[in-house]
Ligand binder design. Structure first.
Ligand SMILES: [Zn+2]
Length: 884
């Protein structure tokens, strides 16, 4: 599954922790007994998307191992009809009773003897309308049904054994209106028509867990994807076929690269990529039937940006990779969901980079790791491989920390044992467990065997304990370096316990003429290392993290300055990005001061690589979040304009013919940062003009700039423009047009327009997954944040009720703040049980800790930063002077 990264961009890092409430205890998840084993399930559903409800029946073949009077299965919030058990002793009716979380106990009047039985259950139900489970939606005047089951929502659609270890074949039959099409995991076996209704019987599936089943019905249309080892199609809502071409062209090379990596063909009979207009995750890896939020799959070539192309490639590689890792071999229980996702994330990036190197996915990957390290720096972080015993644990187990920390850890150990050996271990693991279930331990076993050394121990230090390590390097005069490790924490935070990691460390260093590297496993709290090739002399500089390991690093101030100065010449683009990201960590830990931070990042002002210049924009956003109060906005804008002057000159506001993709990805961000944080009138006017051209003719501007210029044009926009954007949003036919127009609606500044935008969130024709966009955009402007918070809390019930339940846990991010008073309000409101659905408490803890960190950082560094910013002269001075 591919996650949307909501408000996590607003997470801040820094110091001081106060008053966190412990997580409330939530009830244990009820588990099904293993003494009743389902071996096959036939599901029949009457799905008329034009109605609000549906009915169906299931027949499950089961083996009962011990004498019993009860049979347990999952069926949540539906009306159950007859439950009949057929087998030894003839048919008998059982009495069902629904318990917590849909665990049904069906009781027989007398004892059931061990043996083979079939269980027949009929039921009726209403369609969900919040893009959850089996749900209905209307788009373009037509109704459709779709499904999204991970993790525990299949039980809301039909009776089933809804746990990943119950992995067996299914056969799905749907009865739909004659004019509708139906798609599921397998090809159609046969179909027939009677009385205006069409019965579609799909082929029996390979063994699957319930969370991977998928169904789509309605007036769907199909576009073939030629060039794969199996038949493929893009499946679209009526009238959208013209938007499928990008997917048709870009998918086959990704499939081929994955088949090559896994050394075997794609394991299922066909592959459909299904565009779903209302969808809660980004995409979902149902075997043979990958579902995507439509804006990630369907593109109008006139408005498709380079970053959308990159996202499509990455999502597709991620989901297809799951066909082997997750679908062919499935986790035994949700405590290894992290591995499922981390692996797909890791290989998705690897394959995207291999097939489409020009898209520079690497920079995106580094951003993800930075986000994980920021979350992991807080005491409110958690162990990624945690026991899943409650629904809260389960819901928080698929957050960005899981995806990105796991990904970084896998990548680090791949480097340590070598990519070829690592791959060999992965293939052995898949071979051994194909069509079945496995655990993380099985994978470590296979990797250790391939490598001929133990990986379990070192990996466990990253997976079974929380936090990120800090490696400090003391450069000694005789060509040696003393390394020390400890848990990385923010300034003033006392470590709750002493933790030790086994860290694959790569040191990069120079004797002043050539650059060398040296790798080792740091498993003690301290170690002294001789750097080869220095002949007993001190190195010119040392970079303690030369291979993107999952750790923060620090060096003495003199080495840090030397390294910053040498960076453009001696560090690679990725390393320069890592250097800038690590500065955030040094600032939050109190290793460098706020003004020093602003001076150090200025060393990168003249950066030639677009992806590193992009990281500079991120550093500016960090600085803004940490330090900029309303009275500092103007001096900070001066700093931003001077810092970004060289980038503005180098990359320009307009696409130049034949430029590399990285520049096209950077430009909208650069324009946005200059116009917004930099208050650059030239950038703002330019954006307004481009928006005007776009409104007159969609194809007239660089597609990569469309989204950004619409949003920027709202800053000085009036009521007429607001209405125009609203009209265009409601008439949009390309799914990718919707989000930019909604963001724009949230970026108008007049009071009346802001009020109208917020009202539109509840009254407008927004899809469940779009409910965050307007308030999130508005809260990006400091002076409006309080208004958004007031609106969210006042309308909490109506707002939360409209969104998929998995989204509501992120609402506390609207209470993000850098003032004590705001945090107290946030804590009071979101601690109330009615505002704290399962999973939300962990997010609230992060919001509060981030806020307290920010307060501490401002108290500590605010004055230095204020003095530094206020002494900056006018825009005439160059970026060079920023370093003095
Ligand atoms: Zn996934």
């Amino acid at each position: 599954m591919m996650l949307r990264q909501f408000l996590l961009a607003t997470l801040t890092t820094a110091a001081l922790l106060v008053g966190l409430a412990p997580n409330p205890v939530s009830a244990a998840i009820g588990r099904l007994p293993t003494s009743i084993i389902p071996t096959f399930e036939a599901i029949r559903l009457n799905l008329d998307a034009d109605k609000m409800d549906y009915s169906g029946s299931v027949r499950v073949e089961i083996k009962i191992l011990n004498p019993t009077k009860t049979i347990l299965f999952h069926a949540q919030e539906m009306k159950l009809g007859k439950v009949v058990l057929v087998g030894k002793g003839g048919p008998r009716e059982l009495t069902p009773q629904e318990g917590v979380e849909g665990l049904v106990t069906a009781t027989a009047a007398t004892e059931i003897a061990p043996g083979a039985y079939t269980l027949d259950v009929s039921f009726s139900n209403e369609f969900d309308q919040r893009a959850t489970s089996l749900y209905r939606l209307v788009t373009g005047g037509h109704a459709y049904t779709f499904t999204q089951f991970e993790a525990v929502d299949a039980r809301l659609a039909f009776p089933c054994w809804d746990e990943p270890a119950f992995k067996f074949p299914y056969q799905i039959t749907v009865v739909v209106p004659q004019a509708h099409e139906a798609v599921s995991n397998t090809p159609v076996e046969r179909q027939s028509v009677k009385d205006g209704m069409k019965t579609v019987v799909f082929r029996r599936t390979k063994p699957l867990p319930s969370y991977l089943l998928a169904i789509a019905t309605g007036p769907l249309e199909f576009v073939p994807i030629p060039g794969m080892s199996i038949p493929g199609r893009v499946v679209v809502p009526k009238g959208s076929k013209a938007l499928a071409q990008v997917a048709v062209t870009m998918t086959p090379p990704i499939m081929a690269a994955l088949e090559k990596y896994f050394g075997r063909r794609y394991p299922y009979e066909k592959l459909d990529l299904i565009a779903v207009p209302e969808f809660s995750p980004g995409a979902m890896e149902n075997p043979g039937a990958i579902t995507y939020g439509d804006r990630y799959l369907l593109f109008d070539p006139k408005t498709m940006s380079t970053s959308q192309r990159r996202t499509f490639a990455y999502f597709t590689a991620h989901e297809i990779a799951h066909m082997w890792f997750g679908d062919l071999v499935t986790m035994k229980w949700w405590d290894d969901l992290w591995l499922n996702e981390s692996f797909a994330d890791w290989i998705g990036i690897k394959i995207t980079g291999e097939v489409y190197p020009n898209l520079q996915i690497e920079a995106d990957a580094l951003d993800g790791v930075q986000l994980a390290m920021k979350m992991d720096a807080q005491l409110s972080t958690r162990v990624i491989r945690q026991p899943i015993e409650t629904m809260s644990n389960l819901l928080e187990s698929a957050d960005p920390l899981t995806y990105k920390k796991g990904n970084a850890t896998l990548g680090m150990f791949e480097q340590w044992i070598g990519p070829a050996t690592f791959r060999q271990g992965v293939l052995a693991y898949l071979k051994q467990h194909e069509w079945g279930n496995a655990s993380a331990d099985d994978l470590w076993g296979a990797l250790s065997k391939a490598a001929g050394r133990d990986l379990r121990g070192p990996m466990s230090t990253f997976l079974d304990q929380p936090g990120v390590p800090l490696v400090h390097a003391d450069v000694l005069k005789d060509g040696r370096v003393r390394l020390t490790q400890k848990r990385y924490l923010h300034y003033g935070v006392t470590p709750p316990a002493r933790l030790l990691w086994q860290i694959p460390v790569t040191l990069k260093y120079s004797d002043g003429t050539k650059v060398m590297t040296h790798s080792l496993l740091l498993s003690e709290s301290t170690a002294t290392v001789v750097l080869p090739g220095l002949a007993g002399n001190a190195p010119a500089w040392v970079h303690p993290n030369g291979a993107r390991g999952y750790y923060r690093w620090s060096v003495d101030p003199a080495t840090l300055t030397k390294l910053a100065e040498a960076a453009p010449k001696v560090l690679s683009g990725s390393e320069r990005i890592g250097f800038l990201q690590n500065l955030d960590a040094l600032l939050a830990a109190g290793d460098i001061h706020g003004d020093q931070y602003l001076r150090l990042i200025a060393a990168f002002a003249d950066e030639p690589r677009p992806e590193v210049a992009g990281q500079l924009l991120e550093s500016l956003k960090s600085a803004k979040a940490f330090f900029v109060t309303e009275d500092l906005e103007t001096p900070f804008a001066v700093y931003v304009r001077r810092l970004l002057g060289p980038s503005k000159k180098r990359f320009g506001f307009d696409r130049s013919p034949g430029e590399e993709d990285g520049v096209s990805i950077l430009r909208p961000q650069l324009l946005g940062c200059l116009a917004d944080e930099g208050q650059d009138q030239e950038a703002l006017t330019h954006a307004e003009q481009l928006a005007k051209s776009f409104l007159a003719d969609r194809g007239s501007i660089d597609p990569s700039l469309v989204s950004q210029v619409l949003v920027l044009s709202a800053i000085r926009g009036d009521a007429a423009l607001f209405e125009e954007y609203k009209k265009r949003f409601e008439a949009a036919t390309a799914p990718t047009d919707r989000m930019p127009l909604l963001s724009a609606l949230g970026n108008f500044r007049e009071t009346k327009l802001r009020e109208a935008a917020l009202a539109y969130v509840l009254d407008g024709p927004l899809r469940p997954q779009e409910l965050f966009t307007i308030p999130q955009t508005m809260a990006g402007t400091l002076e409006f944040r309080k208004q958004v918070y007031a609106w969210v809390t006042k309308n909490y019930d109506a707002y939360a009720k409209k969104m998929p339940p998995a989204y509501a846990i992120y609402i506390p991010y609207f209470g993000t703040g850098c003032e004590e008073e705001q945090l107290q309000k946030t804590n009071a409101f979101f601690s109330m049980p009615e505002h704290s659905p399962p999973g939300a408490e962990a997010e609230l803890a992060r919001v509060l800790e981030g806020g307290n960190d920010c307060i501490g950082l401002r108290e500590r560094e605010g004055e230095l930063v204020r003095r530094y910013l206020n002494q900056l002269a006018g825009p005439g001075e160059g970026a060079g002077a920023l370093r003095e």
